[in-house]
Ligand binder design. Structure first.
Ligand code: OAD
Length: 243
C-alpha cells in the first residue's frame, strides 16, 4: 500500500473507532524543538541517565540533579506545541472515547489543550516534597533556589519517575485499562524501549485493537502494527484528522 492509501485507511479507522487510545513519546515533541532521549542529539547520548535521573544520583548530589532539570525546564520554557500535539486535541474533540497516554514530562500536551493526559512518567513542571510528599506546580525558570525546598524545609524533587522507580500506580492502572478498552491504538514517536509503557500497544493489540504507529524509523512495535507510517508526527498526525 502507498503511504497515501495507508493514511486514508488509518483515517477511516479513526472515524469508525469507538475507543481510541494514543501513546506518545519524545518524538511528538521533536517538531517543537525538544530533544529526544535516544536518537542522534538525544539527551541520553550526551548525559549518563544514571548520573542524573535516578534516586541514587539525587541522594548523592541533589544540586547537580536539579541543575540538570533546571536547564531542561529553561530549554522547554520557550517551546510551543506543534501541529502533532494540536491534531491530537482535534482527534479528542471529535471522538467520544479518547484517551491520551504520554511518556513525556514536557507539558506540551497540556499547552496544546489535551484534557487530562495520563502522564506515565510525571511532569517536569510539578515538584514533590521528599519528606511530606506535598505537590506543587512550579513554572519558575530559572529556579531561584537550587535545590528548591518545601515549606516544611525538606528537599523538593521533580515529580518525575526516575530509573529504578515505579510508575504512579493509579495512572498506570488507568492506562492499562484504556489500552484494554481500545479498538484503535495509536502509538506516536516512541522508541518503545522503556517498560511498562512499551507494553501498552501490544496489550491493546492482543485485546483486538488495531495498531497504528507513527515514527521516523522502525521500532520493536513496527512488526506488530497494522499500519506503520514513517515520517514526522508534526506532518502525519494532522493528515490523520483532516476531513
Ligand atoms: P526516545 O528518545 O527513546 O525515542 C524517540 C522516538 O521518536 C524514536 O523512536 C524516534 O525515531 C522518534 N522520533 C524522533 N523524531 C520524531 C518525529 N519528528 N516524529 C515522529 N517520531 C519521531 O523517547 P521515548 O520513547 O519517549 O523517561 O523514551 C521513553 C522514556 O525514556 C522517556 O519518557 C524518558 C526516557 O528516559 C523519563 O523521562 C522518565
Amino acid at each position: 500500500m502507498s503511504q497515501k492509501a495507508e493514511i486514508d485507511q488509518a483515517r477511516k479507522w479513526i472515524v469508525e473507532a469507538k475507543a481510541i487510545t494514543v501513546l506518545t513519546g519524545a518524538g511528538i515533541s521533536a517538531d517543537s524543538g525538544v530533544p529526544t532521549f535516544r536518537g542522534d542529539g538525544g539527551l541520553w547520548r550526551k548525559y549518563r541517565a544514571e548520573d542524573l535521573a535516578t534516586p541514587e544520583a539525587f541522594a548523592d548530589n541533589p544540586k547537580l540533579v536539579w541543575e540538570w532539570y533546571d536547564w531542561r525546564r529553561r530549554q522547554l520554557a520557550g517551546k510551543r506545541p506543534n501541529p502533532g500535539h494540536i491534531a491530537l486535541t482535534e482527534m479528542e474533540r471529535r471522538s467520544s472515547g479518547f484517551t491520551l497516554i504520554t511518556q513525556n514530562v514536557d507539558g506540551l500536551h497540556d499547552l496544546a489543550g489535551s484534557r487530562l493526559p495520563l502522564k506515565l512518567h510525571g511532569d517536569i513542571w510539578n515538584l514533590r516534597c521528599t519528606d511530606c510528599s506535598a505537590r506543587s506546580v512550579n513554572r519558575e525558570t530559572p529556579l531561584k533556589r537550587l535545590p528548591p525546598l518545601c515549606d516544611c524545609g525538606a528537599l523538593l524533587r521533580p515529580d518525575i519517575v526516575w530509573f529504578g522507580e515505579s510508575l504512579p500506580q493509579d495512572v498506570l492502572e488507568e492506562a492499562w485499562s484504556r489500552a484494554c478498552a481500545a479498538d484503535l491504538f495509536l502509538v506516536v514517536g516512541t522508541s518503545a524501549l522503556v517498560q511498562p509503557a512499551a507494553s501498552l500497544p501490544l496489550l491493546a493489540r492482543e485485546r483486538g485493537a488495531r495498531l497504528v504507529e507513527i515514527n521516523q524509523q522502525k521500532t520493536p512495535l513496527t512488526a506488530h502494527a497494522d499500519i506503520a507510517l514513517f515520517g514526522t508526527a508534526g506532518d502525519l498526525l494532522p493528515a490523520l484528522v483532516t476531513l
